[in-house]
Design a protein around this ligand. Structure first.
Ligand SMILES: Nc1ncnc2c1ncn2[C@@H]1O[C@H](COP(=O)(O)OP(=O)(O)OP(=O)(O)O)[C@@H](O)[C@H]1O
Ligand SMILES: [Mg+2]
Length: 440
């Protein structure tokens, strides 16, 4: 898949993540602030009630002296102030005396304090006081702890969100990947069962399109096959007519023309045969699976080509012929073996050698052909299986379709083919290996 759709998906993912991050962070912040304020107020109220409790104890205590109240939490700096039966002492103490019983905010020695005033039955008064700074500090300390769960939870939630979003989008990327690595002629439908329901309409559309492409490709292949097939009849008729001219008397110049005409017709017929063989490979309806004995097929092909080989003094023979069979279309199999052996014979110079081998190797039926020809230039090896490609310096007649037929055949029947240039001390050559799944 190229940039466009991938970018859109990424931004979809980004949008989801940004939105959820904003929600999580805002919720965390709002929740944290509320929890902090609530805990802070609670802590202040609790300290008020501590002041009141200390006052209650002091009411019944025997001591009548101002003193710091130590004990549970020395740092809370609560002080018991004895104010006496009448206002006396500093201005702050006098003012305190005038306040009525209960909780008040006041100032003492220039510091804000919270104070709880009490009157004893005998008329003497006392106060329990605490500095505001320390109260605020204690309340702040307590309230800040309520933020801890939020501080831990928000990053965890963000992480989980990122993971969940990443996971949810995985099927989309898997789908893109699957389509990416597909060969152009692989028009199988995409499996839909495991995909999430949001992708189903999309999958349905892609599969619909694949189906239409498949029908169109099949139609075109059938057209090529039909056209090649239909053209064979008139070409055969023309060849016959040309042959009928053979016994007639004619000038050497006319005979030359006749020979040229006949060889042109042979080439055309060969091209049509090759085209038909190639088109048949692609037709879904011509998928035939019969038991084919590869060794026997090879022997028949070799026997057929022996005359042509010996005419050019090429030593064509078998190195090994193990009985091994494959499941394939027998007609196509003959055309495949013929094309490879024919190439070896045709591209090997006069007096050369062509060795054919058929054997079984780790569950594969192997057809191996070695010749003493020029081999294929490395830069051509990839391309010689393309239809109509005949190399940079084509020699002899040929349509350039032979190896395409072989390639499509091995692809169709789950095999493979391999070319290796042989470079010996004083000779060159090409080794072609065709592998097909062997039958037991
Ligand atoms: N054994 C070989 N030695 C050297 N070159 C080869 C050999 N086999 C194939 N080639 C090269 O690969 C090209 C493609 O081969 P392919 O069989 O597809 O087409 P062709 O032989 O040219 O035509 P066709 O087989 O359709 O009559 C050939 O033209 C030739 O250049
Ligand atoms: Mg060929």
């Amino acid at each position: 898949m190229d940039g466009g759709p991938a970018v859109m998906i990424r931004s979809l993912r980004g949008r989801l993540f940004t939105g959820l991050t904003a929600i999580i962070v805002l919720t965390g912040a709002a929740g944290g602030t509320l929890a902090y304020l609530w805990a802070y107020n609670e802590a202040i109220e609790m300290q008020d009630s501590v002041l009141t409790q200390i006052g209650t104890f002091a009411m019944n205590a025997s001591t009548r002296q101002s003193q710091p109240v130590g004990g549970v939490d020395a740092e809370s700096e609560v002080v018991l102030l004895e104010l006496g039966p009448m206002p006396h002492g500093s201005a702050d103490d006098r003012r305190l005396w005038t306040l009525h019983d209960g909780l008040h905010d006041d100032v003492r020695h220039g510091r804000q304090i919270r104070v709880s005033l009490w009157s004893r039955p005998d008329g003497s008064r006392f106060a329990v006081a605490q500095g505001d700074e320390i109260r605020v500090e204690i309340a702040g300390d307590m309230a800040i702890r309520t933020l801890l769960p939020f501080a831990a939870l928000v990053p965890c939630l963000l992480l989980v969100t990122a993971l969940v979003i990443g996971r949810s989008f995985r099927p989309v990327f898997r789908l893109a990947e699957e389509l990416d690595v597909r060969r152009a002629d692989d028009l199988r439908l995409l499996p839909g069962e495991s995909a999430p329901s949001e992708l189903q309409p999309f999958l349905g559309s892609i599969n619909g399109l694949l189906e239409r492409i498949r029908a169109m490709v099949e139609q075109q292949r059938r057209f090529v096959a039909d056209a090649a097939h239909e053209l064979r009849t008139p070409i055969t008729a023309l060849s016959l007519q040309a042959q009928n001219l053979d016994p007639l008397d004619m000038s050497p110049a006319a005979r030359d023309r006749l020979e040229a005409l006949k060889s042109g017709m042979r080439r055309t017929r060969h091209l049509l045969d090759q085209l038909l063989a190639l088109a048949r490979q692609d037709l879904a309806s011509s998928e035939v699976k019969e038991t084919v004995h590869l060794d026997r097929t090879a022997m028949a092909v070799v026997a057929d080509l022996l005359a042509e080989a010996s005419a050019r003094n090429v030593d064509l023979g078998f190195t090994v012929a193990e009985p091994v069979s494959v499941s394939a279309d027998p007609v196509a199999m003959v055309s495949v073996v013929r094309n490879v052996v024919e190439n070896a014979v045709r591209y090997t110079p006069d007096g050369g050698r062509v060795d054919v081998g058929v054997y079984r190797e780790s569950g594969q039926a192997v057809l191996q052909i070695e010749d003493t020809g020029p081999g294929v230039p490395p830069q051509d090896v990839e391309r010689i299986v393309e239809p109509f490609y005949r190399g940079r310096r084509p020699t002899g007649d040929g349509s350039g379709l032979g190896l395409s037929i072989v390639k499509r055949f091995v692809d169709r029947y789950g095999g493979s083919m391999e070319f290796k240039n042989l470079t010996g001390a004083d000779q060159t050559g090409l080794r072609v290996i065709v592998r097909l799944p062997a039958l037991d």
